[in-house]
Design a protein around this ligand. Structure first.
Ligand SMILES: NC(=O)c1ccc[n+]([C@@H]2O[C@H](COP(=O)([O-])OP(=O)(O)OC[C@H]3O[C@@H](n4cnc5c(N)ncnc54)[C@H](OP(=O)(O)O)[C@@H]3O)[C@@H](O)[C@H]2O)c1
Length: 229
């Protein structure tokens, strides 16, 4: 039986898209929202989409706290919040969970997208500070939600870069990435690498605007069989 995956912020663009692909790959998925009814409605919508695509998948919806408690792995697909209030309130429900932050703290001004300064160094490190009882990793920063939501789109040419301070947790998220893109994620090391991964998304968005595309990241010459434990 696959791990149950909770997606907090599961009613949003990235959360819905990741939930679709993870459910299609066979994992039971629970969408979390600040409003349980909204989560249930979104879950029903995704389940219908998957049924239409010929997949017998399981997607449920719940309040963020109940979704967090239900998931062995919990994706944070919520906007960055300097105060961290929502995440801090979920700390008890997230104790013992493998948490994956997908959060990009970005700003937009006349010069385009840019990374925001985060007191802890990155949103992922802020999450780790707020959730001392959880194992925190970060990944999926560079995927484009519309591309992920398009189940016909081949994402196997894109890399998901995974960081975290726990090697076993990183390895699980590397595998989780394969359930989304069809290609294992790339383990880039300690959680502090999120200081680079998160603001790099501003570069991708700037490229997308300039070239009218949905660009992805590809790390060349990385052979998964040569990964050091
Ligand atoms: N969109 C992308 O292509 C993409 C790609 C990679 C990473 N990301 C990152 O993933 C995260 C989500 O992006 P998104 O585009 O999916 O955002 P979004 O659609 O604006 O929001 C996601 C969900 O978060 C919940 N939410 C909103 N404000 C919140 C708050 N203050 N506290 C808790 N929950 C809140 C909302 O759900 P409820 O109202 O139902 O609670 C919303 O549906 C962001 O950090 C973004 O940087 C996005």
């Amino acid at each position: 039986m696959s791990d149950t995956i909770a997606v907090l912020g599961g009613t949003g663009a990235l959360g819905r898209a990741l939930a679709l692909r993870l459910a299609r790959s066979g994992s039971p998925v629970v969408l979390g929202s600040r409003d349980a009814a909204r989560a249930a409605a979104t879950a029903a919508e995704l389940q219908e989409l998957l049924a239409a695509a010929g997949t017998d998948a399981r997607v449920d919806g719940a309040a963020n706290e109940d979704a967090a408690a239900a998931g062995e792995i919990v994706l944070l697909a919520t906007p960055w919040d300097e105060s961290g209030a929502t995440i801090a309130a979920l700390a008890p429900a997230l104790t013992g969970r493998l948490v994956v932050s997908c959060i990009n703290p970005l700003g937009f001004d006349a010069q385009g997208p840019h990374g925001l300064a985060v007191a802890e160094g990155s949103a992922a490190e802020q999450v780790a500070a707020l959730l001392p009882g959880s194992t925190v990793t970060a990944a999926f920063h560079h995927l484009s939600a519309p591309s992920v939501a398009d189940l016909d789109r081949d994402l196997s040419g894109e890399d998901v870069l995974v960081c975290g301070d726990d090697a076993a947790a990183r390895a699980r998220v590397v595998d989780l990435a394969a359930a989304v893109t069809g290609r294992p994620g790339v383990d880039v090391g300690a959680l502090r690498q999120a200081r680079v991964l998160e603001p790099f998304t501003a570069v991708i968005i700037a490229v997308n605007k300039r070239y009218k595309t949905r660009a992805g990241v590809l790390m060349t010459h990385v052979d998964p069989s040569r990964a050091r434990a």
